[in-house]
Design a protein around this ligand. Sequence first.
Ligand code: NAD
Length: 497
Amino acid sequence: MKTITHWIDGKASSRAPERTGDVFNPATGEVQAKVAFATPAIVDEAVESAWQASQTWRHSSIAKRTKILFAFRQLVDKHQAEMAKLLTLEHGKVTADAMGEVQRGLEVIEFACGIADLAKGEYSENVSTEVDTYSIRQPLGVVVGITPFNFPAMVPMWMYPIAIACGNTFVLKPSERDPSAANFTAQLLADAGLPPGVFNVVHGDKVAVDRLLEHPKVSAISFVGSTPIAQYIYETGTKHGKRVQALGGAKNHMVVLPDADMELAADAAVSAGYGSAGERCMAISMLVGVGDAADRLVPLIKERIAKLKIGDGLEAGSEMGPLVTGAHRDKVKGYIDAGVKEGATLVTDGRTLQVAGRPNGFFLGATLFDRVTPSMSIYKDEIFGPVLGVTRVATYDEAIALVNKNPYANGVAIFTNDGGAARKFQHEIEVGMVGINVPIPVPMAYYSFGGWKASLFGDLHIYGNDGVKFYTRTKAITQRWPDPRHRGVNLGFPTNR
Ligand code: NAD
């Protein structure tokens, strides 16, 4: 059976791994490969390779870095179908969704190609007589990306193109559940001409992550994953003196006002709730119906769910694939059981779904609950599966208060035809990314992505201008060139007058 191994210093590691994990095909339930789990010694090797490479990469010209990124962009574009197939085989998402993932990642590569303009410094002439001050942005050194299973190609692309463009070298620790996209990326970067050691991959679990968090030659860590781990990464990484941005989990609400176009809102709720089987950090998991909105919306959603085509992501026509592992499918199923026990109304039950020809796949049907209340576990927890809940409130102010009370604050949407109501929403809602009649408001590459509250630990969002800030540090330089008029000792604090 194939073993997916680490990528260090420009090539796949030939060392036999001490520990491995299973990589499943979620559609068949079969183990299709093993993935090597890095020991601390392997992590040290990868970081050393990145550190050595950083000693020359940080001095390389912007022109050289961007030329390689342009070539890489062409290769990802050319091989996107191949990359998407790897995603479907290990994650389970359907082909169209996997292609969309690669395309959204490409946007960040394209953004990073503009680094010449993005990482410019500032200059002030004559801050004192014949004295100038300017600032420059410099790379941090070795930076690390630790990424989740749900976007194995795109989430790393939120990080390494900008990090590398800024002159850093990179060590990626992808999810052990779908590790192949990381190695595919490493090969394409090598083919694009990236020098060995600038991009490395270590696979594994907590053992690898813990060594990365404490390694003295690691300067910064970008993390995307669940909230408890994000908090752990932030606290441990910062304790070891690293710069850390750690994006966490979500519970995204979609508020529907009675004046909304209900057909449009139902389409949006189904697309955003069940796309990628609900395994998106920007998935809508809770609908908040104001007034009679839920009465009109629930039958429309039910109708649409009945028509969804659920199957192997590689099969033409499949709209929703399986969940990533059997363990995760069982956890999500457990939430459906809990919702029934806690008294929510089960409108559509996905637990009994059978997919023809795939009896052992990790499938779960789209599930809809009505009359969910905030005390229920299906309201409180991030389920991360194809389970949509509907809760009802009497007034718009109650809807805003409900969203603002939630500890998560990644994404949110409002559906309405009232411009004033929408404006009030964007002003008052305490969430990092807001959609107005847009259910999944993932910002384009030239804005930054990130939530508030328990959905982000750290100060800067990911990609966009925040990405450039995260992967560089500024240095302010004050210069004066020798002139006889400057002679003379002055022990006072410089006032620059
Ligand atoms: P996860 O937190 O389990 O894993 C993320 C990464 O952390 C993986 O690389 C994993 O190997 C590592 N990890 C797991 N447990 C660890 C531990 N105890 N110590 C150290 N490292 C550990 O997340 P996941 O299940 O892979 O992904 C789903 C989660 O990611 C959801 O909560 C989702 O909302 C979140 N997510 C958030 C965003 C965002 O931008 N905010 C984007 C995508 C996914």
